[in-house]
Structures are given as C-alpha cells and as structure tokens.
Write a protein that binds this ligand. Structure first.
Ligand code: GAR
Length: 221
C-alpha cells in the first residue's frame, strides 16, 4: 500500500497555543503525517507565536483592529493562508467567528477544538457553565468547521468526570490535557486519509460517523 504524502498544516491561534504545540510535537514525532507550514495568530501578543517561532515554524500575525474591518481581516487571513497552500487547517483556540464565505472556502479540511461535549455548551465560558449546571461530565470536541458556530460534525470527544471540588481552573486544566491527545489524533486520522468529509458528514474508515467517537478519560489508569 502506498504511503500518503505528508500534509501541509496551518494552525490558527489567539492565545497560549498549547494545542498548537501538542499538534506540532505530534508532527515532529511522526504521529501526524503532516508538517506545520504556518502558525497564524490574530493577536500580536499571543504567546503561541513565540513558542512556534522557537520551534522554527513560520509564523504570521493577522490582526483585526476594528469591528468594521471583518471583510478586510478575512481577506488578509485568506491571502496569508493560501500563500502557504495548506492541505488542512486547525483552529486551536482561535477566538474569532469566521464568515460562511471563509468557512466554505476550506470546508472539509478545517477543524476546530471546543471545550465541551458538543452539541452541549456551544460558545464561551464552557467550564464555568458546566460547573454552574452541576453537570456530572464534561469534555472537549474536535469537529469539522461549518458555517454554524461550534455546529460542524464532531469526530472525536474526550470525556472527563466533574469532581465535587472542581473549580473552573482545575476543570479546564483537566479538559485541556485531554485536548492535547484528541486533537492530534483527529489530525493523524485525516493525514492518513482514514478521516474524510463527504456529503456534509464525517467519515472514519469508510463509515459515516452518526455519533462522535468518544474517548473516556474517567477510567482509572
Ligand atoms: C483551548 O482549551 C480550546 O478548547 C479553547 O481555547 C483554548 C485554547 O488554548 N477553544 C475555544 O474556547 C473555542 N471556542 P491553547 O491556546 O492553549 O490551545
């Protein structure tokens, strides 16, 4: 069987970039058959830009300075991305809502990670809202990006138990540790051509995913 060519991966971040680093590490070790060709941040002070540069990954900052320049921001983002000809794009803590035009341009090859068990808790402050609702379980979801915010087909979810003494900080740290496992896993499947987008759905190993694959992190090690 022939080995698929490594993919060119672009990662979009807004902050610390811990998911970006987990993905970059998995590319370096060969767990993901891809190379990170570019990290783009929408903020000059995003810590992940420095971390990526230290790894020798090309970086770019594309800022959106005013509320009115959404179209100009996306045009700049597209130009920066397309100059690198990415095969796949990972939104990793990229805190901007992208237009349908932008999303459709990369439909089927753009992923996002969201800190909740989607479709529950779309949007912001998920850990706080999960604690307030006294949910027994929480987690993170990796999904194909579609124009519906946090609404694209979910490929893989991590599930953790919410502990009685959890705070927003402890819960988010525990969920984030699982993000660093499931996001590289999904990108590895995509790079191996095991995961594909077809007819508006996610397909894994030739089977349409009616529900996401769930990885349970509750079980004792
Ligand atoms: C991640 O925990 C990710 O789930 C979340 O931002 C964090 C970024 O952390 N994403 C969202 O909330 C998207 N709605 P990182 O910069 O350390 O990867």
């Amino acid at each position: 069987m022939s080995v698929p060519a490594p993919l060119r991966l672009a990662i979009l971040i807004s902050g610390r970039g811990s998911n970006m680093l987990a993905i970059a590490r998995a590319c370096t070790t060969g767990s993901i058959a891809a190379s990170v060709s570019l990290v783009i941040a929408d903020r000059a002070d995003a810590g992940g830009v420095t971390s990526a540069a230290q790894l020798g990954i090309p970086t770019a900052v594309v800022q959106r300075s005013t509320a009115r320049d959404a179209a100009a921001f996306e045009a700049a983002l597209i130009a920066t991305l397309e100059a690198q000809r990415p095969d796949v794009i990972a939104l990793a803590g990229f805190m901007r809502i992208l237009s349908a035009g932008f999303v459709n341009r990369f439909l089927g090859r753009m992923f996002n990670i969201h800190p909740s068990l989607l479709p529950a808790y779309r949007g912001l402050h998920t850990h706080r809202r999960v604690l307030a609702a006294r949910e027994p379980q929480h987690g993170a979801s990796v999904h194909f990006v579609t124009p519906e915010l946090d609404g694209g087909p979910v490929v893989l979810q991590s599930r953790v138990a919410v502990a009685p003494l959890d705070t927003e900080a402890t819960l988010s740290a525990r969920v984030q540790a699982t993000e660093h496992i499931i996001y590289p896993q999904v990108l590895a499947w995509f790079a191996q051509r095991r995961l594909a987008w077809r007819d508006g759905a996610a397909w894994l190993d030739g089977t349409r995913l009616a529900t996401p694959v769930v990885e349970d992190f509750n079980a004792p090690a």
